[in-house]
Design a protein around this ligand. Structure first.
Ligand SMILES: Nc1ncnc2c1ncn2[C@@H]1O[C@H](COP(=O)(O)OP(=O)(O)OP(=O)(O)O)[C@@H](O)[C@H]1O
Length: 372
């Protein structure tokens, strides 16, 4: 797929800026805080309807404006798609595809696919488990948009179940009606949670060998990367009924501690993804260099997986990471993407770029929300 144009209106620090992409690689160069990451964030929002930087729409709108808009023209194998996302300081966001407002945001997902790689991604290895869950979830949303709905259902059930457990905790007793309600929520948690867990297991099973191969190749075959999904409710096989039963059994076991803590201790919100390099946990023992190689391998694996599933190469968004990679890893990346994946790159200086990169790239300068 190829992003032809992007138009930002009252989005972040952009008032009204259109960008035409004229090469498979575009380098956005500028000083800090000029709007380079904001532009990549706009593309990320079109791909996932999520930003890895903020949770609130009002932060996305240009200060002083009441609404901001991102529009884009995307060429895909089957034709051209026009995308529009409007975010507001107050009220819900709206999405349109080919000038038609969509009732369900879900239908907007899966049109534009992108893999983002920023320096924040080192948190994937070092950060809390939540960070890894959200990475797997974002990937799933892109290759299987219905997952956005599945995850939302799970989170709603979890929220309501937690509210009930909190109430039980504060009252220091469990009434008959609360007991009955809790049983209902148990079933809901098991049903929605097993959907989440099974999908996470499936995607990681497909991603792991790809990442393993990339990691071996980047490390000159000296390192073996293993990715292991460690769900809170362990699953023996991908059978919905068995997984649901495993959820219910574990909930039963933890009944008392859950009421004492006033929160759900069992479920997909406590899953973990473990990375090991040569059988050592990367989180605790990996060197900075190893962790970088790992994240690069994950990103390259994501590109390949999305390409396999979607049938077209996704976009690659490199936010200020290239300068952090040594020449060997830069070249690995260059070899891997060639001109197959349209790539948007941000940087503060062009000095760290290999001459081949510069030759084949469109270079745009970003200054105070203006692009030249
Ligand atoms: N809603 C908003 N309204 C106006 N300006 C905003 C808004 N949100 C962010 N900004 C401004 O955008 C700028 C940050 O841009 P961005 O994060 O894209 O930086 P960058 O060019 O990628 O720089 P760096 O190299 O530091 O990452 C800051 O000046 C910030 O004040």
């Amino acid at each position: 797929m190829y992003l032809k144009t992007l138009h930002l209106r009252s989005f972040r620090n952009y008032q009204d800026q259109r960008v035409d992409f004229s090469a498979p690689k575009t380098i956005l160069v500028g000083n800090n805080a000029q709007g380079k990451s904001n532009l990549l964030e706009a593309v990320e929002l079109l791909a996932t309807l999520k930003s890895h930087r903020v949770g609130r729409d009002r932060d996305l709108v240009l200060e002083g404006a009441s609404a901001g808009q991102i529009t884009a023209t995307l060429e895909r194998k089957y034709g051209v798609a026009d995308l529009a996302l409007t975010v507001r300081t107050q009220g819900r966001r709206t999405v349109a595809l080919n000038q038609e407002n969509l009732k369900r945001q879900l239908d907007f997902l899966g049109v534009l696919n992108a893999v983002e790689f920023s320096s924040l991604d080192l948190d994937l290895v070092r950060g809390a488990p939540e960070r890894r869950r959200s990475w797997v979830d974002s990937l799933l949303i892109q290759i299987e948009p219905i997952y956005a709905h599945i995850l939302q259902q799970y989170n709603q059930v979890l929220k309501q179940r937690n509210a009930l457990l909190k109430e039980i905790k504060s009252e220091h007793s469990l009434s008959k009606s609360q007991d009955a309600q809790l049983t209902l929520w148990d079933v809901q948690l098991a049903t929605t949670g097993s959907r989440v867990t099974r999908r996470r297991a499936r995607v990681l099973k497909r991603l792991a060998p790809l990442a393993h191969n990339w990691h071996a190749s980047i490390s000159g075959k000296t390192e073996i990367l293993e990715i292991k999904y460690a769900p809170n409710v362990s699953l023996e096989d991908d059978d919905p009924e068995k997984v649901q039963q495993a959820f219910l059994d574990k909930i039963q076991q933890r009944r008392l501690p859950e009421q004492i803590h006033g929160t759900s201790l069992v479920g997909s919100h406590r899953d973990e993804v473990e990375f090991t390099i040569n059988q050592t946990p990367a989180r605790a023992y990996g060197s900075q260099g190893q962790q970088r190689t790992l994240v690069l391998a994950l990103k390259l694996a994501e590109l390949k997986l999305i390409e396999e599933v979607v049938g077209e190469p996704p976009l690659l968004l490199l936010d200020d990471v290239l300068a952090e990679l040594d020449p060997l890893r830069q070249n690995q990346l260059l070899d891997a993407i060639q001109d197959r994946f349209q790539t948007l790159i941000t940087t503060t200086h062009l000095g760290s770029f290999d001459a081949d990169w510069l030759k084949s790239s469109q270079i745009l300068s970003v200054q105070g929300g203006n692009i030249k």
